[in-house]
Design a protein. Structure first.
Length: 329
């Protein structure tokens, strides 16, 4: 299988679709959602990276012919699969897609319109939906463009790499760290500080399919410990980067690091429901200057959580209460 770019025309968007042991039906639904977008065949490149599935889905993908490029690699995790896709991609822009999710046609087309109107765009940010609603939707008002550094300095961001269109030249040599969970949380802020022109839209353009047993929903204690350790690794890497950057970039990264530190404490509480385990995690943050959480004029939720989590009494209260309270989104 090849792509429709053999005529020499550079595609507008390379869709890097990663999969591992997925039901073929979900994978095909994902590809179909891309084919429904307002892109001519020569404007799109769909790269399916199979991260060493036990059984290759290739025979079930033959019907797509030259609409897709199928790449099969030895199993190495999501980071290596996405990195492989970046090596193959030739589009002006890149869109990461998990193989069990879908793009929602109308709001995603609105995001495509932005890069068509503004050819120097580095990133278009959009939101997630838990409903796959493909009905036509009116476009939201186009936001003003900002630098990625300025946006991250004044806003909380979602780290998921599937939540934006990114210029391939802006990504350049940036890659996902292999072997860790939460690789997006490292990749996305490092990409944002490279981006000079970002459009932060409110379009709900990505259908996020929460499947039981997926990485983000697994309750296995070993995986929990691995996720926590990897969160700490990402925080350390970002802090090392922030300490070397100019002031504006450092302040932007520090906000994101503080948010990730809060998320780590929150995750330790709700996933372990254990005060000793939570204390163990916060003590990992202390040498980094991240516990108690740094003071910052961030969100009300952050300020509230910082005050409570900063004392042993407050931490114990959070361990008793938070597992019973649905996490604010």
């Amino acid at each position: 299988m090849t792509t429709a770019t053999d005529n020499g025309q550079q595609p507008l968007v390379s869709f890097i679709l990663t999969c591992y042991n997925l039901p073929t039906e979900l994978l095909c639904q994902c590809i179909d959602s891309i084919l429904r977008l307002s892109l001519h065949p020569e404007e799109r490149e769909i790269i399916v990276v199979d991260d060493g599935s036990d059984q290759s889905p290739m025979n079930d993908l033959l019907r797509y012919g030259d609409d897709i490029t199928y790449v099969r690699k030895k199993n190495g995790g999501l980071s290596t699969a996405r990195n492989q896709g970046l090596e193959v991609a030739s589009g002006t822009y890149v869109q990461f897609v998990d193989g069990d999710d879908q793009l929602i046609r109308s709001p995603y087309d609105h995001c495509l319109d932005i890069i068509r109107r503004h050819g120097d765009t580095d990133m278009v940010l959009f939101d997630f939906s838990e409903q796959n609603d493909t009905a036509e939707q009116a476009a939201a008002e186009e936001p003003a463009a900002v630098s990625g550094t300025d946006y991250m300095r004044h806003n909380n961001i979602h780290g998921m790499a599937c939540g934006y269109l990114a210029r391939r030249m802006t990504i350049a040599d940036l890659r996902f760290t292999p072997g860790i969970y939460h690789e997006d949380e490292e990749f996305t802020p490092l990409l944002l500080i490279r981006a000079e022109k970002v459009f932060p839209t409110t379009e709900k353009a990505y259908y996020y399919n929460k499947r039981p047993g997926s990485i983000t929903t697994s309750g296995d204690s070993d995986k929990r410990d691995k996720r926590m350790a990897d969160r700490l690794t990402v925080i350390r890497h970002l802090k090392e980067t922030a300490d070397r950057r100019p002031l504006s970039e450092r302040l932007a990264l520090e906000r994101r690091i503080a948010q990730l530190a809060m998320d780590l404490i929150y995750g330790a509480i709700v996933q372990s429901q254990s005060l000793p385990y939570t204390r163990e995690m916060v003590e990992q943050l202390r040498p980094l200057g991240l516990y108690p959480l740094p003071a910052g004029d961030y969100t009300r939720k952050y300020k509230w959580f910082r005050r409570l989590s900063g004392s042993q009494t407050g931490l114990a209260l959070l361990v008793r209460l938070l597992p019973h309270i649905q996490k604010e989104r």
